[in-house]
Design a protein around this ligand. Structure first.
Ligand SMILES: Cc1ncc(COP(=O)(O)O)c(C=O)c1O
Length: 402
């Protein structure tokens, strides 16, 4: 091994093993998935799609990609799947391209309320190629009547649902009804909740949306990458051309093979049980923090938001840095109607997908709430907090053994 790189790989492994990972978009993959990501499939060029490649020697990667597509369709109940997007952002770019002309109007959530950069941020391609208008949250929740009112007023070409920091269940059926009323396409970016949808713990958008995009590396617990699903053959063709040759070149067949393993894992009873525990742990931690007096959102899924400015008089940035000192990873996050800029933010986003994979129990999720609360309100000193964190992380699976 290249010692210069290996040194940091081992340090990163220690960091992952010794920390409590509460970043809501992270997870730990199985050994089988990690080994497939590092397999000889990375050697193969396969521009195009199974049966229609620009290179020879694709007979076996064709089979692998077909299996990945079949499993994705089976898992989410869709007719078509594109498993080639290198990331969730690429998947979103391709979905917009397939459905809209340049400049087309997209109605998405106010970004500070929990949308992703690709949902219209000025620093993302999205706002440069398309016209965005937004719907806000009402008291932290989606307000379907207000979304309908804005849709009728703005007449968008596409309505977008699915978020990065929304802690509640989403009613995709109601979104579809609104989209139909104004003749707009309906798209869902299920990146965060894909694992919950796969296991049946959240409403599936596939029967309602024209296109569903996702990442495969968050609650779905697969390799880092993207996915696009739809039920319409014409849209599926446009999606395929938008991914290759428009936005991407050769597909990452080693990652596609790992996605296929991820889809199979997500069909198992073990995965259902895992997601069930993620939801239990997230709620247990949020409820405990609330009981201790913190200002937290509720939660129906794998994450919740905490207003640290109101609770502890500190910015999200400072709370994130403080928790990092004791080995707890979170990320600062804007809260609805935030008065601080995104670089500081008033909130923290907290999720339990990763630690639940390592074996975190409900009692331990409550214990984590106490550590966070006492450390941020300065009633627990650093050494004691670090010792409590160590006790928890050493009781869990080592990440290289998952
Ligand atoms: C809702 C949503 N969509 C898309 C993405 C982008 O995924 P990627 O980082 O793979 O581009 C994210 C990432 O956090 C996300 O939260």
């Amino acid at each position: 091994m290249d010692q210069e790189i290996n040194k940091y790989l081992l340090l990163e492994q220690d960091r992952q093993n010794n920390g409590i990972e509460l970043i809501a978009s992270e997870n730990y993959t199985s050994k089988e998935i990690r080994e497939m990501c590092g397999s000889i499939l990375t050697n193969k060029y396969a521009e195009g799609y199974p049966g229609k490649r620009y290179y020879g020697g694709c007979e076996f990667v064709d089979r692998i990609e077909c299996i990945a597509i079949e499993r994705a369709c089976q898992l989410f109940g869709s007719k078509f799947a594109n498993v080639q997007p290198h990331s969730g952002s690429q998947a979103n770019a391709a979905a917009y391209r397939a459905l809209l002309p340049e400049g087309g109007k997209i109605l998405s959530l106010v970004l500070n309320d929990g949308g992703h950069l690709t949902h219209g941020s000025p620093v993302s391609f999205s706002s440069h190629l398309y016209t965005f208008v937004h719907y806000p949250l009402n008291n932290g929740h989606l307000d379907y009547d207000e979304i309908k009112r804005i849709a009728l007023e703005e007449k968008p070409d596409l309505i977008l649902s699915g978020y990065s920091a929304y802690p509640y269940a989403i009613d995709f059926k109601r979104f579809k009804e609104i989209a139909d009323k104004v003749g707009a396409y309906f798209m869902v970016d299920m990146a965060h909740i894909a694992g919950l949808i796969a296991s049946g713990a959240h409403m599936n958008p596939v029967p309602y949306a024209d296109v569903v995009t996702s990442t495969t590396h968050k609650t779905l617990r697969g390799p880092r990458g993207g996915l696009i699903l739809c039920n319409d053959e014409e849209i599926a063709k446009k999606i395929n051309s938008a991914i290759f040759p428009y936005y991407q070149g050769g597909p990452l067949e080693h990652i596609i093979a790992a996605k296929a393993i991820c889809f199979k894992e997500a069909m198992s009873n073990e995965f259902k049980e895992y997601i069930n525990n993620v939801v239990i742990n997230t709620k247990a931690c949020a409820d405990k923090l609330q009981e201790l007096g913190a200002n937290v959102s509720g939660t129906d899924n794998h994450l919740f938001n905490m207003n640290v400015l109101e609770t502890y008089g500190m910015t999200g940035k400072d709370a994130q840095i403080a928790l990092e000192e004791i080995g707890i990873a979170t990320n600062k996050n804007m809260i609805p109607n935030d008065t601080l800029p995104p670089s500081k933010a008033s909130g923290l986003r907290i999720g339990f997908a990763a630690v639940t994979t390592r074996g975190c129990t409900k009692a331990q999720a409550e214990e984590i709430a106490v550590i966070i609360h006492q450390y941020l309100n300065k009633s627990l000193d650093k050494e004691k907090a670090q010792a409590l964190v160590k006790k928890l992380t050493t009781s869990w699976k080592q990440i290289q053994n998952i």
